[in-house]
Design a protein around this ligand. Structure first.
Ligand code: GLY
Length: 578
């Protein structure tokens, strides 16, 4: 009960601290972690109760995990506007009951008119505000969400549920409205400065300054109309129909870059999932254009050389090697990773265990290295803030783990006139100016420069872990920019090395080190003064104040086949099973 009361406050303070770089005023921690939610047959874990309910209903009607995941994704676009979307993109990782795996890449693509210096002014400085990569019309890549869902539905849906049945529940909520929580109301207001600059966003989410209060109903009739067209005409309506025309017209009127041709040209792609292992357990994760899978596997490969279990959960010894491994992998991220369709990403070499051994050998047991000195590793020979994650497991054991995003909370803050569609600011995931930090302070290289038709490098890390007998063990993902990778990898470590269940593993304290800036982020109450002192004596630098690091969602299958759903106690959401 206490858990349920604290969660909304914790969730809001978490998102504010994460994206405004402030420390929550009322940081609270849970004394103990709740039990995961149990379901004998199936489970949906998402960041909104209404979306999870819609997913479960689809499963009960005979849909599979893919059908349910699509319905959840479309519902979140209505009930979770800060990150759920039609105007963004993401990654869907699927493992079918027969053990086959698929990765669907529906990441946004840069409009054709975009080029390397599109976000740099005549003085060589990054453009801030409207016209830049973080807010306004130019910040958006061509959305991929509906194309990705369409691909997944046609190839991997059950065939028992119609497309319109996946869209209709969300349309009804958009039409009739839903009751706003205190959390959402406060979140709208905290973003008022930028949301209010865009008339449609100002009207829909801020009621033109007559701000919503807790318990008010948010109706989104334009979004309901858009969903109605998509329900009847299919996902292609978004790319070639009236919605596409409305997007292109609004872009043109406001100096945006996305054209009708860009929308028509969008393609979702199937990629081969990335596979690795940690202490003998198979890890299936997202390949480029996500960096998440590679960085996570690199860190796990390095950690295999240490007795992490023996070091203990929150020990200085473990945090030290973890931070050092992260520093090295994030340095490689900056140098080697980008859209594999545009540059060669040496994936196999980066996740090779022998390469990890070389990197590990440069870690001193009692001395922090400097990010200035680390740089990216030499590879042998030649050879690639804000988001939401949900996971679905159906009665047959099919699993979908899906992370999608409009990047920052409320994306570019632009809602396209007449559509109710809030657009992404995913262009900031490119190196808007290679070598300089982005929204998340990440420094990235030439492989991730802006180019028309290219997908920006992502950190989204939907991941599946198998038991040693090859059966599904757990699946998860997270929100939180580059911190996603840290959250997912530490959850995997907590399950495998520290014998935790999925809820404990998600809730346990974590750290984040992303090479540059050269500092470790840590969580409130996660490090005792003596742990901090030991690490400082090794030479580690820490962020000035603690703050929560990402937020994960996952499902584990226990030995009896029961589905265990877990939502991060740092954030909001509901797991529902049956
Ligand atoms: N926009 C966050 C990510 O893709 O990593």
């Amino acid at each position: 009960m206490l858990h349920k009361i604290l969660r909304p406050t914790l969730a809001l303070t978490f998102v504010l601290s994460l994206f405004l770089s402030i420390v929550p005023l009322e940081v609270r921690v849970l004394a103990a972690t709740p039990e995961p939610v149990r379901g004998r047959h199936a489970m949906v874990a998402s960041q909104h109760e209404l979306a999870s309910k819609i997913g479960i209903e689809i499963l009960k009607k005979g849909g599979n995990a893919v059908d349910a995941a699509i319905a959840v994704g479309i519902a979140l676009a209505v009930v979770y506007p800060e990150a759920g979307n039609l105007g963004g993109g993401g990654f869907m990782l699927i493992r079918s009951k027969d053990g086959s795996t698929k990765a669907i890449d529906y990441r946004e693509m840069a409009p054709k008119a975009a080029s390397r210096d599109v976000f740099v002014d005549s003085k060589g400085e990054l453009i801030k505000g409207e016209g830049g990569s973080t807010v306004g019309y130019r910040a958006s890549g061509v959305p991929g969400t509906l194309a990705g869902f369409d691909l997944a539905f046609k190839k991997y849906g059950s065939g028992k549920i119609k497309w319109r049945d996946l869209v209709e529940p969300a349309r009804v909520i958009a039409q009739n409205g839903y009751v706003l929580s205190d959390r959402l109301v406060r979140l709208f207001i905290s973003y008022k400065e930028t949301l209010s600059k865009y008339p449609e966003s100002n009207r829909i989410f801020l009621r033109n300054g007559n701000y919503f209060k807790e318990g008010d109903v948010l109706r989104q009739p334009e979004l309901a109309e858009t969903l109605s067209r998509i329900s009847v005409q299919g996902a292609k309506e978004f790319y070639t129909g009236k919605t596409a025309q409305l997007i292109a017209a609004d872009m043109k009127a406001n100096n945006g870059l996305i054209t009708l041709d860009d929308l028509k040209g969008y393609v979702a792609k199937e990629r081969t999932p990335l596979k690795g292992s940690y202490r003998g357990y198979e890890i299936i994760t997202m390949p480029p254009p996500s960096s998440g899978g590679i960085v996570m596997l690199q860190v796990l490969n390095m950690l295999e050389g240490y007795d992490v279990k023996g070091m203990g959960l929150n020990s200085s010894a473990k945090f030290h090697v973890l931070a050092e491994a992260m520093r090295r992998s994030f340095a490689d991220r900056a140098e080697y990773m980008g859209d594999p369709d545009f540059s060669d990403v040496p994936v196999n070499k980066l996740i090779d265990k022998r390469y990890a051994e070389i990197r590990r050998n440069s870690i001193q047991p009692d001395r922090a290295s400097s990010s200035q000195d680390i740089r990216f590793g030499k590879l042998d020979g030649s050879e690639g803030m804000e988001t939401t994650h949900y996971t679905v497991v159906d009665k047959d054991g099919n699993v979908v783990t899906n992370t999608y995003t409009i990047n920052d909370l409320y994306g570019s803050r632009v809602t396209i006139k007449g559509t109710g569609v809030l657009m992404n600011d995913e262009m900031d995931d490119f190196a808007a100016r290679p070598g300089r930090p982005n929204l998340f302070g990440l420094v990235q290289g030439e492989r991730n420069k802006v180019e028309g038709g290219k997908r920006p490098l992502s950190s989204m890390t939907p991941t599946i872990v198998l038991r040693k007998d090859g059966s599904l063990w757990f699946a998860l993902g997270a929100r939180g920019g580059p911190r996603i990778i840290s959250a997912v990898m530490q959850t995997v470590i907590n399950v495998i090395d520290h014998d935790m269940n999925i809820q404990q593993a998600i809730d346990a304290p974590r750290i984040h080190q992303q090479w540059l800036p050269d500092e470790i982020l840590f969580e409130p109450y996660s490090m005792s003064p003596d742990t901090l002192n030991v690490m400082r004596s090794f030479g580690h630098k820490f962020a000035e104040r603690p703050g929560y690091i990402a937020s994960a969602t996952g499902i584990m299958i226990d030995k009896d086949g029961v589905r265990l759903g877990a939502i991060d106690s740092r954030s909001d959401g509901v797991a529902i099973g049956y």
